[in-house]
Write a protein that binds this ligand. Sequence first.
Ligand code: HEM
Ligand SMILES: *[C@@H]1O[C@H](CO)[C@@H](O)[C@H](O)[C@H]1NC(C)=O
Ligand SMILES: *[C@@H]1O[C@H](CO)[C@@H](O)[C@H](O)[C@H]1NC(C)=O
Length: 318
Amino acid sequence: MSMAIVVAFLTSLFFISVSTLGNALSLNYYDQTCPDAELIVSKVVKDETTKDKTVPAALLRMHFHDCFIRGCDASVLLSSKGKNTAEKDGPPNVSLHAFYVIDNAKKEVEALCPGVVSCADILAFAARDAVVISGGPIWDVPKGRKDGRTSKASETIQMPAPTFNISQLQQSFSQRGLSMEDLVALSGGHTLGFSHCSSFQNRIHNFNSKHDIDPSMAPSFAGRLKSICPVNSQAKNAGTTMDPSSTTFDNTYYKLILQGKSLFSSDQALLTSPTTKTLVSKFATSKEAFSNAFVKSMIKMSSITGGQEVRKNCRVVN
Ligand code: HEM
Ligand SMILES: *[C@@H]1O[C@H](CO)[C@@H](O)[C@H](O)[C@H]1NC(C)=O
Ligand SMILES: *[C@@H]1O[C@H](CO)[C@@H](O)[C@H](O)[C@H]1NC(C)=O
């Protein structure tokens, strides 16, 4: 065999193994290159949460949005540029906020180990920290995500909508390798945060030709939502917390679904298939069962990869 063929062969083997490695996340990814990265991110998340209690919910949702479009590649963090409108300026962006927290964490991590830790990993750490800070479970985040170079507002149409029924939710999750159990467990993220009226408007006014209000909703709850969100309200910031303990990561969300007091059609839809209904009951009864399932599903969701580089600034490609 000529040398050239041997070299070509070895080179191709090298690239196959590198590209395989590039996709595999690991727990010790930064042990040699930036061992303090996670600690720095945790500290920034903690400090910013002290100043603004809405930060944890924002970070958890941001990571979910990141992972569902092009994989967890920090595409959600890119700013619009020139003619390109980025994801964060797309239609379902209404509750995406606290991007500055990721910027601050990135700045501190870059000061210590420049060019090493991806924005996608920083966001995955921050989402985990958000859960921990709110009293939820703790887990080790697999690392080694790369940042993507593309972010398009038009692709945010691929996000599941709050009006989705169970088959639409199932399809949206299975397209990303996520199961019905993942769907029920991850929807538990709705134990944190806030929703604007527009996200549940469909259920409280003109629901369908027969009912003004979604009949699966508890009437007292629907009445309360109607008073917060009147028909032709111009109040852009009106809305309500996802559950009464909206800064505590607990299993109240599932108890509320069983009482007809969940906000979105997509939450209530979890009672419309036997598999998901059984899981809702299980998580409503046991915070521990919920926590264990949530951790498992978060690791699965946050392992959907997609990027190529380690961005220097999370808002712009290198
Ligand atoms: C199952 C499909 C899902 C749908 C249809 C959905 C939909 C929504 C909607 C419409 C809002 C309110 C936006 C607004 O009006 O401001 C929201 C908020 C939120 N979602 Fe989801 N979501 C889903 C899954 C998830 C997952 C998987 C997570 C995380 C594990 C998550 C975490 C959150 C959080 C934390 C908030 C509150 C955000 C804040 O207060 O800033 N959601 N979601
Ligand atoms: C959401 O998108 C609108 C344009 O569709 C934009 O004006 C607004 O700044 C965006 N919000 C965030 C938080 O980026
Ligand atoms: C869910 O909605 C889709 C689209 O509107 C519809 O085709 C489907 O039959 C619905 N499925 C259920 C279970 O209601």
